[in-house]
Design a protein around this ligand. Sequence first.
Ligand code: NAD
Length: 444
Amino acid sequence: MNVTVFGTGYVGLVQAAVLAEAGNKVVCIDIDTKKVERLKQGVIPIYEPGLEPMVNNSVSSGNLSFSTEAAFGVEHGELIFIAVGTPPDEDGSADLRHVLTVAATIAQFMESKKYIINKSTVPVGTADKVRATVESELSKRNRSDLPFDIISNPEFLKEGSALNDCMRPDRIIIGTSEADSEQKLRHLYAPFNRNHEKILVMDVKSAELTKYAANCMLATKISFMNEMANIADKVGADIEAVRKGIGSDPRVGYQFIYAGIGYGGSCFPKDVKALISSAQQMGIAADILAAVESRNERQKHYLVEKILSHFNGDIQDKTFALWGLSFKPNTDDMREAPSRILLTRLWERGAKVRAFDPEALTECQRIFGDREDLALCESKNDALQGADALIVATEWQQFKSLDLNEVKGALSTAVVFDGRNQYEPGEMRDAGFDYYCVGRPDTR
Ligand code: NAD
């Protein structure tokens, strides 16, 4: 099928690559000329495992191309995806500017029936706004005769496993009431719907709300566990034992119930805020979501409080090794990452940081620039050299097993602050470390 994708971010680029590999002719349109130039040269702007070879193979086979020419994109695609950003506005609501701009652009150039598929995460009612925008632009052109449909097709990929999530999705949600649109999308997604039925067809508003409900439920699980961990800390319980104790009930389940220093990234924080804002506009107090968000904001400071307490409030001129900058493993994305709060709070108090991340060093450099109190290190061992303590902020696989002697030898004092509960408190104590974690007995 001929497909056009507006937006070459995490969602648009991955979706385009996967659809092109499945044999569709896909054109990607972005307004970021530098990004498009780099993509044309085979340079992938984000780190996502497996994405680079997949994009480059499809470009070589002629199934995938990149352009800034919106008119060309609109002409090419019978199916047109909107996969642009929906950042939070000042009041937390989703900013639909980019989505509606793309809708207007499509209407400006379309000459035949278009299936306009919204993949961006948008509040309920956005499809109506997209429809109204397209209708208004067509009417300005005196082309109200041109048929189109607006379909909601929210994306559930996870950064770090985005390709796999798109190729083997848990579910594919198609929000439309038009049989014709449903058939088109069933056909497009048939290669990813083979071993069992994953397509769920529903009305547009339910599809739009499903995306927010899914992210808000996941954020709720995290904040709930973090609250339990903080209680466990105070009463001397072990949140890891509690996790196993509750996860064994299939109604709760083991997934997504790890305590830590809070969620980040481009989706959970923004989507929780956007749903709170939508609810408020409708006169509904979103009490649970407000609590989820405030717990998360506080949780990002949790380890800092333990650090300050260990050093009696004085970390001036102390040096910290920081392992993990991205908001989660397998991505270079630092948007709303807990590491950013850690860095800022440590710097405020006059500390220095030697940071290492397998993928996010460039992003960190881009965000914070050159600073005397930040050394970006080439390896995890390099980051440790001479530091007064190690802080773990992201659970990258390579941080999971510690060579305790090596770490102890490299640090000037054997102190570890573990924001992701990666190590066993007993083992750390036996090896002579002061070890602090989240919701497990600290050992000194
Ligand atoms: P992103 O910021 O990485 O990329 C958006 C891209 O859209 C940018 O390259 C930007 O230049 C481009 N763009 C903006 N206006 C444009 C226009 N008028 N025409 C063409 N291109 C334009 O965003 P993302 O992370 O890919 O997220 C996109 C949407 O998908 C958001 O609504 C997000 O909430 C949702 N989503 C994201 C994820 C994720 O893990 N990142 C997962 C599911 C859903």
